[in-house]
Write a protein of this length. Structure first.
Length: 143
């Protein structure tokens, strides 16, 4: 890889924000890219309280907040056919994989938080109770 391939300027955005079309010939800044395998299998947290749309839209955090509650695990990432990321499938509830369920959390309701250079978690403004009341997205849901 040449030096120009690692020098593209980029701006940080929250997951789910619409990105402008990227120039196909522009070099990528590989240090700013995150692979799906760095997210799937990771933990998902709730902030344990309501947050209005304006505050949530401007909220940014690094690491894991001291008041956050670990409520599950990221099972999958969901894309539209256009390639736009629309949500994550999270495993919530239950104990030792008994009584848990998979729910689709839309990108409007999650934020990516870097724990370190290689580890990421997601945080949602939804409570554990709200997630457990959501429709399950088991394998039959996709058909």
């Amino acid at each position: 890889m040449d030096d120009s391939a690692s020098t593209m300027e980029s701006s940080a955005t929250t997951m789910g924000d619409a990105e402008p079309a990227m120039d196909a010939d522009a070099p990528l800044d590989y240090a700013q890219l995150i692979r799906s395998r760095d997210i799937t299998g990771g933990e998902i947290y709730t902030i344990n309280g309501p947050m209005d749309d304006d505050t949530w839209g401007n909220w940014d955090y690094e690491g894991v907040g001291p008041d956050w509650n670990d409520i599950g695990e990221i099972e999958d990432i969901v894309l539209e056919r256009s390639g736009q990321m629309v949500g994550v499938v999270a495993e919530v509830g239950g104990f030792l994989d008994i009584g848990d369920k998979h729910v689709l959390i839309r990108m409007d309701d999650v934020r990516l938080s870097a724990v370190d250079d290689e580890t990421y978690v997601l945080v949602t403004r939804k409570t554990e109770e709200e997630l457990e009341q959501m429709e399950a997205v088991d394998e039959g849901w996709w058909d």
